[in-house]
Design a protein around this ligand. Structure first.
Ligand code: GLN
Length: 484
């Protein structure tokens, strides 16, 4: 039962093959059994069973919502009223959310069941889930040595891949849905900036952050996104565009579609196996009748530099609110107000968060603002123009999601810049505000998952589902049957 897709669970529940209480219990048992993965920060068994019971009632009464009775996991940066919400930080270790985020409210309105809150890199900063105050997350694909699940939505990725839930929410500022999806052999989509409301998501970089689904299949992601997308007056950057029936794109032919292959993405540091997996994707799309077009995105080589200026700049501003006065942790023993701020921030934040605050305040400081921050905004425009002109020639772009597969603990890069390069292929979508999706393509020699990334024009998520499903159907990616 636990390996079923969201689509299959939905029809199993509606045809009363099993109940929501049964499947919820099954996942709660698995969460307990595979506690060593450390995928969850908080598990909510009583709440989950109570809402599963209500769902079974609604199904019996013919009142089922779009995702009625489906057990989900929620990344721990979504405010979930009355439930601890930590963003992976000591700063919010005992913080109980006072209200519900729009995305999770929409999921609740659709009838879904929340199993708990998933582990993540502290304040969503990271690519390996090793910066969480609540400890590392283990990738369920690990065999001889424990592998990282990717980050920052590593707990959600591990929970979906390890069948500890049907699907999960993630969030993506620079790759945090797509990169862990690729490392963990699942599907993850970062929608167009503005597609989903950011209300009630603890912010990393507000102009890049987007909510999105992490699922077992492309169809599941389409069903899930339809529920969480849409305009919200509580988020001024959410866009008032109708939400299409994404599921109707799944299964449509891609004959005649033009797929762009950007030459700049064949970059140093991309492993040969990743190059081969990219070719596999190209062959699949060609065989399905798509036309492959070589394109160039000349400014994309500056994406990492732009990202690591704008993102820390916004993060340093967003994190200013954690000062020991308003939320969460407050250090003891300070002799003055200033000392209380300093001690709280020194003790409450981990090293990576402090590094980003330092970078952010530096690039925003009076003497360096023009040299870094305003320069980065100009290059951001050029990157956007690159993509806009590419999408005059092609319908979508295909690239690998990550430069390599998941690495083992202890083998992770020791310098931060090499770690940052995990997102070299994903950040462009955030900088340009475009939708991007990762789909599993194959396992490498070591048996570790690899993913391919599809990028599309603004609000063309439907097209990504259409093309993504063709890749999924032909890739024959093995689903993980059991955890070692
Ligand atoms: N790994 C990237 C970072 O650390 C992306 C984070 C994210 O998307 N939340 O900033």
């Amino acid at each position: 039962m636990y390996t079923l897709s969201l689509y299959e669970v939905k029809s199993g529940l509606l045809s009363k093959k099993f109940s929501s209480v049964e499947i919820t219990k099954c996942f709660l048992e698995r969460i307990e059994k595979y506690k060593n993965l450390n995928a969850f920060i908080t598990v909510c068994p009583e709440q989950a069973l109570e809402s599963a019971k209500q769902s079974d009632q609604k199904i019996a009464n013919g009142m089922a919502g779009e995702m009625e009775g489906i057990p989900l996991a929620i990344k721990d940066l979504y405010m979930t009223k009355g439930i601890r919400t930590t963003s992976g930080s000591k700063m919010l270790e005992n913080f109980i959310a006072p209200y519900e985020s729009t995305v999770t409210q929409k999921l609740l309105n659709a009838g879904s069941v929340f199993l708990g809150k998933t582990n993540m890199d502290e304040f969503a900063m990271g690519s390996a889930n090793i910066t969480s105050y609540f400890g590392k997350v283990v990738n369920p694909w690990s065999k001889d040595k424990p592998l990282v699940p990717g980050g920052s939505s590593g707990g959600s990725a591990a929970a979906v891949a390890g069948h500890l839930c049907v699907a999960a929410t993630g969030s993506d500022t620079g790759g945090s849905i797509r990169q862990p999806a690729a490392f963990s052999g699942i599907v993850g989509i970062k929608p167009t900036y503005g597609r989903c409301s950011r209300y009630g998501m603890i912010a990393l970089a507000s102009s890049f952050d987007q909510a999105g689904p992490m699922t077992k299949t492309v169809r599941d992601a389409a069903i899930f996104l339809k529920v969480i997308a849409g305009y919200d007056e509580k988020d001024s950057t959410s866009v008032n565009e109708p939400v299409p029936d994404y599921e109707s794109f799944v299964g449509k032919s891609i004959n005649g579609m033009r797929i762009g292959i950007p030459k700049e993405f064949h970059m140093d540091g991309i492993s040969d196996e990743v190059e081969r997996s990219w070719q596999k994707g190209i062959d699949i799309l060609k065989d399905a009748g798509a036309e492959i077009v070589d394109i160039s995105l000349p400014y994309s080589k500056y994406s990492m530099a732009v990202y690591y200026i704008i993102q820390p700049a916004e993060a340093s501003a967003n994190l200013a609110r954690f000062d020991g006065v308003r939320y969460g942790f407050r250090a003891e023993g300070a002799k003055s107000l200033d000392e209380m701020y300093e001690m709280t921030r020194e003790q409450g934040f981990g090293d990576e968060v402090k590094r980003r605050i330092l970078i952010g305040t530096y690039v925003l400081s009076a003497g360096y603002y023009d040299a870094y921050y305003s320069q980065a905004l100009k290059v951001q425009k050029l990157i956007r123009q690159d993509l806009a002109s590419a999408f005059e020639k092609v319908d979508a772009i295909l690239t690998p999601t990550t430069p390599h597969s998941a690495f083992a603990f202890g083998e992770e890069p020791t310098d931060p810049v090499t770690m940052y390069l995990n997102d070299v292929l994903t950040v462009t979508a955030n900088i340009a505000g475009l939708p991007g999706m990762s789909i599993p393509i194959c396992l490498d020699k070591l048996g570790r998952p690899l993913g391919l990334q599809l990028l599309g024009p603004r609000f063309q998520e439907g097209r990504l589902f259409q093309i993504g499903e063709v890749i999924e159907k032909n890739a024959n990616f093995p689903s993980l049957k059991e955890i070692n």
